[in-house]
Design a protein. Structure first.
Length: 95
């Protein structure tokens, strides 16, 4: 599984990138057939950075979740449960 992180309109702080990888890799426990996870951080509005998570899985449509919050990590914490719910539904359909 590959985790890609990109930032728009700025760059991430040093520790943020490792924390994003650590938190998004936990999605693998919900659904084994995940091929890639793309995380895009939008820093255009510094007061409310946005995070978009796109999960690609075998033989399924991509799961996409977006969130904005006061910090990048809190936006990630809002987006992860959204994509977790989508993966749970996908797993229920496949089994």
């Amino acid at each position: 599984m590959q985790v890609n992180i990109s930032a728009r309109h700025g760059s991430l702080q040093a520790g943020d990138q490792e924390l994003i990888v650590e938190k998004t890799e936990k999605l693998r426990r919900l659904y084994d057939r995940i091929n890639a996870i793309d995380v895009t951080v939008d820093l255009q509005n510094q007061d409310h950075p946005g995070v978009e998570i796109q999960v690609s899985a075998e033989h399924a449509d991509d799961c996409v979740a977006r969130a904005e919050s006061s910090t990048v990590i809190s936006a990630l914490d809002v987006a992860i449960p959204k994509v977790e719910q989508q993966l749970r539904r996908l797993k229920e359909k496949k089994t």
